[in-house]
Structure formats: C-alpha cells, structure tokens
Design a protein around this ligand. Structure first.
Ligand code: SDX
Length: 394
C-alpha cells in the first residue's frame, strides 16, 4: 500500500467523510477535480487524461499518458468465456443490471486481479477495469440486438473505440465523426466524479468492508441505476417523449411538478447539492447544439427541453425550491444525437463515473487508517416492552 493518505477517509457517524478528490460549491455552482475547474477540463482535456487526474491526483506527463493509453488498449478485450455469460441474459434484461453482474464477475474471469498488494498491480487492475467496462457495454448492446460483436481497434482512442464497437457493422461501416468523439470525451469528463453522491458513497461503504474493487464498483453501478440518481437521464427522455406525444405543451407538466398530490417530478431538475444551475448542465446544453447541427433533422425533444427550462425557471415553485437543470437534463439529448439507445444512457453515466468511483475507493485503500464504515442512527421506535403471548394479542 502506498500509505500516501494521512487523513481518515472513512465516513464518520454523521455520514460525512474527508476527501481530496472533488470540490463542489452547491450555492455557486462550482465543480473542480483535484482543484482543476471542470470547465477547463471539458475544454482542454480528454476523458482518459481526466481519468488519470482523478485516480492519481495530478495530470500525467506525456510518457505517463502514453503508458496509460497503451495499457487501456492492451486490456480492452474481454475474456471470450464472458460472451457466453452475456448471451444467456434474458433479451429484455436492463443493461445496468447486466453491467453490475458482469463487473462483479470480472474477478472470476481474471482471478489474478483479486490481489491488491502492490501499487503497480493496482494500476493494472484499474486500467483493465476502465477499459473492459467500455468494451462490455458495447458488447452487451450488440448481443442484445443479435448483432455481431465488434472488437476494439488498436488505432482508435478510448471514445472512438467505444462508438465504433457500438455502431460499426460488416455491412455498414461506422463513420467516426470527430465532433461526436469530442462530445463523448466531454460528456464522460463531466460525469467523472461528484464527491459523495449516492453511488460513490455506496462504493466507499461497500469497499470499507475490504471487498475487492470489482464488487465495490458493482455496488456503485446498482446504486446509480436508480431513477432519482443516474437513471434520471433515461427518465428525462421518457418525460420529454410524453410531452411530445401530448402535443408539446410543457405547462401542464410544470403544473404537475408543483402539485403536492401528484407524485410527478420534473426529471433532470433539482439537485441535493446544487441550488443553482449545475455547471455540467451548462456545458452539456451548449454541446446539444453542436451535435444537433450534425443531424439531418433537429430533435423535437431539444425544443421541448429548452421550453421546459424557460417555463420552469420562471415558475415561483421552482424558484422557491432552487430547482435548476442538472447534469441529466440535456445529456440524453446529446446521446440521442449520437445514436446511443435510451436504455444505454445510464450505462454511459456509469462509464464516465468509473474513474471517480475508482479514485474514491483508492483514496480509502491508500489510507492506513481506512476502517469499516459504520454509520449510526437516531432511534425513534417503541420504548422497551415485554413479549405478549399470541393468545393475549388483540
Ligand atoms: C444525479 O448527488 C449527486 O451528486 C448526483 C449526481 C451525480 O453526478 O452523481 O449529480 C447525479 O443524481 C442528478 C439528479 C438526477 N435526478 C433527477 O433529476 C430526478 C429529479 N430530481 C429530484 O428527484 C430531486 O431534485 C433530487 C432527488 C435530485 C434532489 O432532491 P433534494 O433536493 O435532495 O430533496 P428533496 O427530494 O426532498 O426535494 C426538496 C423539495 C421537495 O419539495 P417539498 O416537499 O420540500 O415541498 O424540492 C422538491 C421536492 O418535492 N423537488 C422537486 C424536484 N426536485 C425536488 N419538485 C419537482 N420536480 C423536481 N425535479
């Protein structure tokens, strides 16, 4: 173990913890990875470089970035026996359920990764995971269609390889569009980490019991699946499709979101930490215009999203509750433009969040003071009372 960490990264009994990875200011809409504003990374970095930054705490030198990219390429294939595993999932199985199961299963197909004794080995384990999760996501999509699996290519970068594995076909070669490759880099950079959100806290909590990295990440994937968390990007598109099908008028839906008797929430709006515009949403909204321009016809859902935002941000209920668009509000529009199927949206979120989960898990693993997390509670149940025999119960 590196023992680099001197502070206790474990959760205290109020559920908070110390971390040096991501800084968020919810009042002012600030997000920084290892001190670098996410806006600068989205403009100047790549997803692979940002993943290195999150995991290692600094930007890589050229030789380090080259080595990281070579390792990602070397470990981009998936064990052929895993295909049998994939092919036996029911066709309608949700990709997030498949991904969570497959990441957990990785440890059985690569037992040599079980050990976490050396930092060098941890680098290999981490790189394998980041590379294989991308391949497994594309593989599960192809298999779900009954199409031929496309293998990664050594001459393509991380994001280009993913798009090619998703959409290339022997009868219709995929045309790699530089704007889509850039958009995917930015999308995954923006999903990289987000301090102690639900799924990241799950990774740290499960990891604190000293389970291996794969099982901890599998727990994070399951938490992200929830429609209030990472599943929201899929729920946003479903909501926009419902508005489109109802004629496109957004006002009734904004009214429903205000109605306490209606369990309806405006998906993609509101945030537990941001009480202003999510800085990621600002960048993704701009990107939506770029990718839309590549399409032959504009996506009606983008017009609906823009009108929904305009109406909601003027609505007193949304103003009073500090409800603004979050990362999920426009991300689905961008992914639709790239041809990503809606059921894969949360998997896309998971691939982007993987470096953050690994960095957060590693922060604990690197600390000699890492101990089992054990949050406490405030008991509000019955006072002490005696057992009542069943015949005396009324
Ligand atoms: C992600 O934590 C992270 O960092 C997560 C994430 C990450 O990168 O990991 O950012 C990713 O999960 C983004 C959020 C995606 N989820 C959605 O878009 C689903 C819709 N949003 C809401 O469910 C809600 O905004 C939450 C869950 C995201 C946040 O809710 P809060 O602010 O923690 O607390 P709350 O649910 O109690 O809401 C407070 C009030 C309530 O009204 P009151 O009972 O006080 O009158 O705000 C209302 C809520 O009803 N409210 C909404 C609303 N979101 C909150 N009302 C209508 N529509 C909404 N979207």
């Amino acid at each position: 173990r590196t023992g680099l960490i001197t502070y206790d990264p474990g959760f205290n009994n109020t559920g908070s913890c110390k971390s040096a990875i991501t800084f968020m200011d919810g009042e002012n809409g600030v997000l920084r990875y290892r001190g670098i504003p996410v806006e600068q990374l989205a403009e100047k970095s790549t997803f692979v470089e940002t993943a290195y930054l999150l995991i290692n705490g600094r930007l890589p030198e050229q030789k380090e970035l080259t080595r990281f990219s070579v390792l990602l390429n070397d470990h981009s294939m998936v064990h052929e026996d895993m295909r049998t595993f994939f092919e036996n999932f029911p066709r309608g199985a949700h990709p997030m359920g498949i991904l969570s199961a497959m990441v957990n299963a990785l440890r059985f197909f690569y037992p040599q990764l079980e050990g976490l004794s050396e930092t060098e080995e941890l680098d290999i384990i981490v790189t394998r995971l980041i590379s294989k999760v991308r391949t497994m996501a594309a593989m599960s999509y192809k298999i779900s269609l009954g199409h031929k699996v496309v293998y990664p290519k050594p001459d393509l970068c991380y994001c280009a390889n993913f798009l090619n594995m998703m959409f290339d076909s022997p009868v219709k070669p995929y045309n790699l569009d530089p704007d889509f490759i850039r958009a995917l880099n930015v999308l995954w950079i923006l999903h990289g980490d987000h301090e102690q959100n639900c799924s990241t806290s799950a990774v740290r909590l499960v990891g604190s019991a000293r389970v291996n990295l794969y099982a901890s990440i599998s727990a994070g994937i399951s938490a992200l699946w929830g429609r209030l968390h990472g599943g929201a990007n899929q729920a946003v598109i479903r909501m926009m499709e419902e508005i489109h099908a109802a004629g496109g008028d957004v006002k009734p839906f904004v009214a429903r979101a205000r109605d306490k008797n209606d369990n309806f929430r405006l998906m993609g709006f509101g945030h537990s930490v941001y009480k202003t515009y999510d800085p990621r949403a600002k960048i993704i909204k701009k990107m939506a215009d770029t990718v839309q321009a590549k399409l032959d016809k504009s996506d009606p859902l983008l017009d609906i999203a823009r009108e929904l935002e305009e109406v909601a941000l003027k609505d007193p209920y949304f103003i009073d509750h500090n409800l603004y668009p979050n990362v999920d509000f426009y991300s689905g529009i961008v992914m639709r433009a790239m041809g990503i199927p809606t059921e894969m949206f949360t998997v896309m979120f998971a691939i982007g969040r993987l470096p953050g989960w690994i960095a957060q898990w590693k922060e604990c693993f690197d600390s000699p003071r890492w101990k089992l997390s054990r949050p406490r509670q405030i008991y509000i149940g019955n006072n002490v009372r005696d057992y009542t025999p069943i015949e005396a119960r009324t």
